[in-house]
Design a protein around this ligand. Sequence first.
Ligand SMILES: Cc1cc2nc3c(=O)[nH]c(=O)nc-3n(C[C@H](O)[C@H](O)[C@H](O)COP(=O)(O)O)c2cc1C
Length: 392
Amino acid sequence: MSALSGRRIVLVVTGGVAAYKSAYLARLLVEGEAEVRVVITEEATNFIGPTTFAAITGQPVVRSLFSSGQVSPHTELGRWAEAIIVAPATAATLARLALGISEEAASATLLASTAPVLLAPAMHTEMWENPATQRNLALLRQDGRSVVGPETGALAGGDEGIGRMAEPEVIVEALIDLLAGPLSGLTVLVTAGGTREAIDPVRFLGNRSSGKMGHAIADEAARRGARVHLVTAADRRSHPAVDLIRVESAQEMAEAVDKLDVDIAIMAAAVADFRPKDPRGSKLSRSEGPPDIALEPTPDILSAVLSRSKRPFVVGFSAETSNISRAVEKALRKGSDLTVSNDVDDPGAGFGVDTNRVSIISAEGDVEEWPLLSKDEVAARLWDLIQSRLNP
Ligand SMILES: Cc1cc2nc3c(=O)[nH]c(=O)nc-3n(C[C@H](O)[C@H](O)[C@H](O)COP(=O)(O)O)c2cc1C
């Protein structure tokens, strides 16, 4: 499997002579098993036709905000992208990006995305050395954009000098570096949300979990370069690079988890311990009076993951009400590598809110209390901790 397998890459082609080389770049990305979508500026179509890119990628090319057949191509592509390459990046496009001007599909897609951006500038030496171009480039670097090239060599029209677009192979290497993070090469499973156990076709037993914590953990893992499968019972969005698997009941979650072979499993879902034994096939009627609902245990998803022959590094979650000793006892009994415990009675921690106050319980039962943090901060600290455990 290549480092680009399954990665979602947007290639933005702008109006420079080097645009002809971008067809080969698109081909290299496709050969690397990346999913590639191309956005081309109107000026770039003077140098190369969209049909070439459509044929290479097998996907329609976006050249306009208003006639691509998509309602909102820039936001759709911006969210979809795991990385965006601009190759060639003209001086005009660099200027638009530096200022946030987004009047056409290419710059609007870049503005509408949080994905990392790799710029491959190409232009004549005078344009490259112009203070305006250098100023725009400095701004773009400040904004965290990565730049590859330009190189010195033969330019169009028989000129020599700096301004030649980096070769497509070099751009691919730079892209692989850009996508790499501390979790690159690792496959992660995150479970999230509260399961719903059917009583009848319209009613369920559920819990107050919103899935915010689990989704924050999955998103952070994706940002750090992991391949992430998020099995979620929550109706929330996730980072575009996350493989989102929606489930409803504990049984569905158990089956989805069972299919995934992973290196790290973060079991953040609030899984029902019990479910109605005989869910009714049709809606219960008030006139029948209150039903007796017999319960039965649901599958123990955490234990199933812990007892795999190829056991991943496992982080369990335990939501308790003012009872850390019960969380420690559970952590030791279950045998997770780490357990994240939160006191759901604590205002500002637990279900539905954007913050969390957690304690981390080691496999030996040692407890470390973290302060009140946003769920995004908890996710980042948790990944820092897991990384330090995996690479002491
Ligand atoms: C023959 C020709 C070659 C060009 N080559 C480049 C180039 O290599 N780099 C560049 O920045 N602009 C180049 N330009 C100018 C751009 O095409 C022009 O600035 C255009 O507005 C860029 O639009 P875009 O960035 O939206 O694609 C060239 C123009 C012509 C006529």
